[in-house]
Design a protein around this ligand. Structure first.
Ligand code: NAG
Ligand code: NAG
Ligand code: NAG
Length: 331
């Protein structure tokens, strides 16, 4: 028993020793950021511009962070809005859209820029339900405009129902796909055949489990099947106590996963292998990430600044990989 345990522990240590760590650089720090501590909702538009939420002191405001800081959208009609998630898409007429997840009002807001001038004057509620736990984060199947929503309720002892998964079609019809322990990170694979969803469990006020589920996805119908655990962080790298927050894929389908509280991102292959870590510079509690920049190959990660928890920091890691969300909007 002891020998077996030792053998499995040392093989994990051996496997981890060969995983490379790359280093992100500060992009916006506490001295120059216009984002607050609730920075989240990392997103990229068709031009490679990078956005996040909690801009200019408001939970109801989304700001551009790259190439320069400016306001994208502030909900002037509903000051209670609390945007936590953002995704951009291009509709079948070539119009740039943005989807915002509002955790406070349990809805997804769609912005449109028909003039192509990055003036998102037109906003509408895509879908809304008091039965949505939040949404916390969003993913999108670009071919159909179908949006997927994850929600979570943080309790001392997690129960099934503290997490949920919903989908809204492009006409706004909402359908519940499942109840879980706390769900958070959500992503659709580049071929739109797989949906990824993270799930965490608390026991006695401690985080004891973090996994990523994979499901076969029918992006048209919005149905999922064949649930399996792609990654169990207890087995992958002994990090079950670090929450998964935002997740995004590159154009090859590798998953980039925030490891909240661990100051790093894990790069994971479509088959669940740990490929690399990206260590962050100014952020420990990393909430989300996205590829942006002129070629969609700069990975931006966001979270409260380590040296000033009232401010939202952004770190950047330039790579040869390009983000799926950027590439898919070029077509
Ligand atoms: C930031 O918010 C203040 C009001 O709180 C407003 O006067 C100012 O124009 C805003 N700045 C930007 C860049 O949105
Ligand atoms: C729960 O946590 C508290 C504080 O850490 C500890 O005193 C208590 O023994 C724990 N209870 C159980 C059932 O583990
Ligand atoms: C973008 O990609 C092009 C062609 O692959 C390359 O020539 C250029 O240097 C890249 N630019 C940046 C900023 O990475």
């Amino acid at each position: 028993m002891h020998l077996l345990l030792l053998a499995s522990l040392s093989s994990l240590a051996l496997a981890l020793a060969t995983v490379p760590t790359y280093h992100a650089q500060p992009f916006l720090d506490a001295s120059n950021t216009a984002f607050g501590s609730l920075i989240e909702g990392a997103a990229v538009d068709r031009h490679g511009n990078f956005y996040a939420v909690n801009y200019n002191g408001s939970k109801a405001a989304v700001g551009q962070a790259y190439p320069c800081q400016s306001l994208l959208f502030a909900d002037l009609h509903r000051s209670s809005s609390w945007f936590n998630a953002v995704r951009f898409s291009v509709d079948k007429h070539g119009v740039q859209e943005a989807y915002l997840g509002d955790v406070a009002n349990h809805r997804v807001v769609r912005l449109r820029d028909p003039g192509g001038k990055a003036q998102f004057m037109h906003s509408e509620v895509l879908c809304q339900s008091p039965d949505f736990l939040q949404p916390n984060d969003l993913a999108i199947a670009h071919s159909t405009g179908r949006v997927f929503l994850s929600g979570m309720r943080f309790t001392a002892d997690s129960v099934v129902g503290d997490g949920d998964l919903w989908t809204c079609d492009s006409a706004g019809t909402a359908t519940k796909l499942g109840s879980f322990y706390r769900t958070n990170g959500i992503e659709v694979s580049p071929d739109e055949k797989t949906l990824y969803l993270s799930e965490a469990i608390n026991k006695n006020d401690s985080v004891v489990s973090n996994v990523i589920h994979a499901f076969d996805l029918d992006a048209k119908k919005g149905s999922i099947s064949n649930a399996r655990v792609l990654v169990d962080f207890a087995k992958l790298d002994d990090s079950a106590a670090n929450d998964v927050d935002g997740m995004r894929t590159d154009s090859q389908g590798n998953l980039y996963v925030t490891r909240w509280g661990a100051a790093k991102i894990a790069k994971i292959s479509p088959t669940g292998e740990l490929l690399a870590y990206i260590a962050l510079a100014n952020i420990v509690q990393v909430t989300n990430l996205e590829f942006a920049g002129p070629n969609g190959s700069d990975l931006f990660a966001v979270g409260a600044c380590t040296d000033n928890s009232a401010k939202g920091c952004i770190d950047k890691y330039s790579t040869s990989a390009q983000g799926h969300a950027f590439i898919v909007q070029q077509h």
